[in-house]
Design a protein around this ligand. Structure first.
Ligand code: ADP
Ligand code: 5GP
Length: 188
């Protein structure tokens, strides 16, 4: 089985969760990559489900051992990253890895995986529509929405760095197009 990776990135509110959840239901060969982090588990979070929870010392020694595809120290001692062992675990199952990451992470992962990866940028039809969707989703305060919209405008400039841009205007069309993109890249 060929080793493949599909990366989905989008400014917040563009519909990335909607598209990724649809694809996970539609294709049984997809598996979401679980990141490692040095932050403590919250609430009902479990090791090996939301994240692999490891200590900052362990995280550092794995960095020294070149065990990560990519990682970031968000602030002192708070690390997040994708382990090479996680990538291999998913490929060993014969599955295609699905990454759901921010636009900078998407560009970095594409650079690492090269031709094994297809990177897809999901784009709302306009910034105004993106704002309407965030308001409609009803999960963020007005201040948080404005912050996300500001950030989205900057993130949109990353679109040309991706292999494909998927416009999410009419949702049914967008999901059908996402299925086509997956079919043609994986042959499955
Ligand atoms: P993201 O994960 O990119 O932040 P979501 O998938 O949560 O975005 O979508 C943001 C909101 O927009 C959700 O309430 C979702 O139901 C809605 N939405 C997604 N796609 C469309 C679409 N094509 N038309 C209208 N609303 C949409
Ligand atoms: P949380 O709320 O779970 O503490 O943190 C989520 C943040 O960590 C998000 O900004 C997300 O993009 C980032 N993150 C999660 N996993 C990874 C990863 O594997 N690599 C990088 N660079 N960031 C990650």
């Amino acid at each position: 089985m060929e080793e493949k990776v599909i990366i989905f990135s989008a400014p917040s509110g563009s519909g990335k969760s909607t598209v990724v959840n649809h694809l996970l239901k539609h294709f049984d060969f997809f598996e979401l990559s679980i990141s490692a982090t040095s932050r403590a588990p919250r609430g009902t979070e479990q090791d090996g489900v939301e994240y692999y929870f490891i200590t900052p010392e362990d995280f550092r020694s794995r960095i020294a051992a070149d065990a990560f595809v990519e990682y970031e120290e968000v602030y002192q001692d708070r690390f997040y990253g994708t382990l090479k062992s996680e990538v291999q675990r998913i490929w060993d199952c014969g599955h295609v890895i699905l990454f759901d990451v921010d636009v900078k992470g998407g560009v970095n992962l594409k650079r690492y995986f090269g031709d094994k990866a297809l990177s897809v940028f999901i784009q709302a039809p306009s910034v105004e529509e993106l704002r309407r969707r965030l308001i409609g989703r009803n999960t963020d305060s007005p201040e948080a929405i404005e912050e996300r919209v500001q950030k989205a405008a900057e993130e949109m400039t990353y679109a040309p760095k991706f292999d494909r841009v998927l416009i999410n205007d009419d949702l049914e069309l967008c999901l059908a197009e996402a299925e086509d993109i997956v079919h043609s890249f994986t042959g499955r």
